[in-house]
Design a binder for this molecule. Structure first.
Ligand code: NDP
Length: 458
C-alpha cells in the first residue's frame, strides 16, 4: 500500500467515520480523517447528545408538578435557558475532545478541513489547498436538514440552530411530524413555551406502529402542544418586531418567535466530488452501497446517514466497525439492519424494535397482537394523566415475537433489553416463561395473556 499517502482516508468525523477510522488504525492501517466542522458529528455536536439534555431539562418541569402528589412542596420553578445551554455546550466540548483524543491515540491523523473527492484515490483538502491520496476512501459525511423551498424559509431554523438560541422562545412553531419535530415540540412545551406543531398528515410519527403513533399524538396534545394536522406552511415572513408570521394552507396565520423546520434530513453530499470519483447515488441523493457498505467504486465505501439506510448513531457505528473488519480485518462483515431498536424522546418516550403490526401483517399474513394501555403506578399519586402502551406483535405460525412497541416512561431503557429477545428470535411462550419484576411497567411484557382482536366493523 506504499504508493498512497494513506491506506484509508475518512471524510467526516461523526459516529460512523470515527469508529471506522479507529478500528482500521488499530488493525494497522495508516489512517487520516477530515472534518470540516467539529469532531463528533451530528450525534455529539447538534443531535442526540445535546437534544437529550434538553429532554432532561424539560422533564424536570413536569416532575416538580407531579412531586406534590407525593407530599413535596415545590417553590416557584423558574428555568434559565442560558445556564442550560452553557452547561450543555461545556459537555459537548468535553465529548468532542474525547473523540479527538481517541482518534489521535489510535494513530489517526486528523485534518480540520473540508475534504472533497478529486478522483477515486485523491482527496482535496480545501483550506490547505492540497491533495492527498489514499488506497481506500470512506465517505461518512452524514446528513443535513431538508428544505422545502417555501417562500421565506430562510427565516426558519433547523434543529442544528436550536442549541444556539440566545433565549428560550416564548412561542414556537415546528413543522413536521417525525422524530425531531415531536421531540422538540415537547422539549419547548415542557420548558414553558407555547408550541404549535404543523403536520401535513393526520397522526405523527409515520412509519411507527399505529398504536404508538396514536399514543404519542395524544400525549403531545396532553402536554400542551397544539398539533395542527393536514396543514402545510405556505410562507414565512418577518414582522416589524422581528418575530415570524407563518402562513398555512388552512387559511390560518400563526405568529411565533421561532420557526423550526424538521421535515427530514438528506445526504450531505453537495460539492463532495462524487461525480469526479464516479460514485453513484440512489434514493434521495444518498450514496448507494452494497451490504458491505461498498459503493460502485471498488475502493470507496460509505457508512452512516449519507447512505440513508437506518439513520441512527448506533447503526453508523456498527457499519463503521463492519467496514474496518471487511477492508482491514480477517473477515468481511455486513451489519445486519434487521431488528434495530430505537427510541423517540418524546414525553413520555417511545421504545420500539422489530416490525409494526401493519408490516407484520403484510409480511406474514397472520399475526397475534397483545397490547395494553394503562395508567402507570407512579401516576396514581402524581396526578398525571399520562398513560403507558405496551404492545407485542407475534407471528402466528411459530409464535415468534417479531415486534415490541412501547410508549411511556423508561421505554427507551426497557426496549434496549427487549431488543435482545427480539433479535434472538424468542417466542411468546418464552416471554411468558420469564417471571415478572414487580412492581414495574415492564412486567406487562411478560404478563400479557389476552390476544387482542380487532373490533368488528358493522
Ligand atoms: P423524519 O423523517 O422522522 O420526519 C420528517 C417529517 O417531515 C415527517 O413528519 C414528514 O411527513 C415531514 N415532511 C417531509 N416532507 C415534507 C413536506 N414536503 N412537507 C411537509 N412535511 C414534510 O425526519 P426528522 O427530520 O424528524 O429526523 C431525521 C432523522 O434523524 C430521523 O429519520 C431519524 O433517523 C434521526 N433522528 C433520530 C432520533 C432518535 O433516534 N431519537 C431523534 C432525531 C432524529 P410525513 O410523515 O407525512 O412523511
Amino acid at each position: 500500500m506504499a504508493d498512497f499517502d494513506y491506506d484509508l482516508f475518512v471524510i467526516g468525523a461523526g459516529s460512523g467515520g470515527v469508529r471506522a477510522a479507529r478500528m482500521s488504525a488499530l488493525r494497522g492501517a495508516r489512517v487520516a480523517i477530515a472534518e470540516e466542522y467539529r469532531v463528533g458529528g451530528t450525534c455529539v455536536i447538534r443531535g442526540c447528545v445535546p437534544k437529550k439534555f434538553l429532554v432532561y431539562a424539560a422533564a424536570y418541569g413536569k416532575a416538580f408538578k407531579e412531586a406534590e402528589g407525593y407530599g413535596w412542596t415545590v417553590g416557584e420553578a423558574r428555568h434559565d435557558w442560558s445556564t442550560l445551554c452553557e452547561n450543555l455546550h461545556a459537555e459537548v466540548d468535553r465529548l468532542s475532545g474525547i473523540y479527538w483524543k481517541n482518534l489521535s491515540n489510535s494513530g489517526v491523523e486528523i485534518y480540520q478541513d473540508r475534504a472533497e473527492l478529486v478522483d477515486k484515490h485523491t482527496i482535496k483538502l480545501v483550506k490547505e489547498n492540497r491533495t492527498i491520496t489514499a488506497k481506500y476512501i470512506l465517505i461518512a459525511v452524514g446528513g443535513k436538514p431538508a428544505q422545502l423551498g417555501i417562500e421565506g424559509e430562510e427565516l426558519a431554523i433547523s434543529s442544528n440552530e436550536v442549541f444556539h438560541l440566545k433565549d428560550r422562545p416564548a412561542h414556537v412553531v415546528i413543522q413536521g411530524g417525525g422524530y425531531i419535530a415531536c421531540e422538540f415540540a415537547q422539549v419547548f412545551a415542557g420548558l414553558g413555551s407555547k408550541v404549535c406543531q404543523i403536520y401535513r398528515g393526520d397522526t405523527v410519527l409515520r412509519g411507527f406502529d399505529d398504536d404508538v403513533r396514536a399514543h404519542v399524538h395524544e400525549e403531545l396534545k396532553r402536554s400542551g402542544v397544539r398539533v395542527m394536522t393536514h396543514a402545510n406552511i405556505t410562507r414565512i415572513s418577518k414582522l416589524d418586531d422581528g418575530r415570524r408570521r407563518v402562513e398555512t394552507d388552512t387559511g390560518e396565520d400563526i405568529e411565533a418567535d421561532v420557526v423550526i423546520q424538521a421535515v427530514g434530513r438528506i445526504a450531505h453530499t453537495d460539492g463532495l466530488g462524487l461525480e469526479a470519483a464516479g460514485v453513484e447515488t440512489g434514493r434521495n441523493g444518498a450514496v448507494a452501497v452494497d451490504p458491505y457498505s461498498k459503493t460502485n467504486i471498488d475502493n470507496i465505501y460509505a457508512v452512516g446517514d449519507v447512505t440513508d439506510r437506518i439513520n441512527l448513531t448506533p447503526v453508523a457505528i456498527r457499519e463503521g466497525a463492519a467496514f474496518a473488519s471487511t477492508v482491514f480485518g480477517d473477515e468481511p462483515m455486513a451489519f445486519d439492519h434487521a431488528d434495530v431498536a430505537s427510541a423517540v424522546f418524546t414525553q413520555p418516550p417511545v421504545g420500539t424494535v422489530g416490525l409494526t403490526e401493519h408490516e407484520a401483517r403484510q409480511k406474514f399474513g397472520k399475526v397475534d397482537i397483545y397490547k395494553a394501555t394503562f395508567k402507570p403506578m407512579k401516576n396514581s399519586l402524581s396526578g398525571s394523566e399520562s398513560r403507558m402502551l405496551v404492545k407485542l406483535v407475534v407471528r402466528q405460525d411459530d409464535q415468534r415475537v417479531v415486534g415490541v412497541h412501547m410508549a411511556g416512561d423508561d421505554s427507551p431503557e426497557i426496549i434496549q433489553a427487549v431488543g435482545i429477545a427480539v433479535k434472538a428470535g424468542l417466542t411468546k411462550p418464552q416471554f411468558d416463561a420469564t417471571c415478572a419484576v414487580h412492581p414495574t411497567v415492564a412486567e406487562e411484557l411478560v404478563t400479557l395473556k389476552e390476544k387482542w382482536t380487532p373490533p368488528e366493523i358493522s
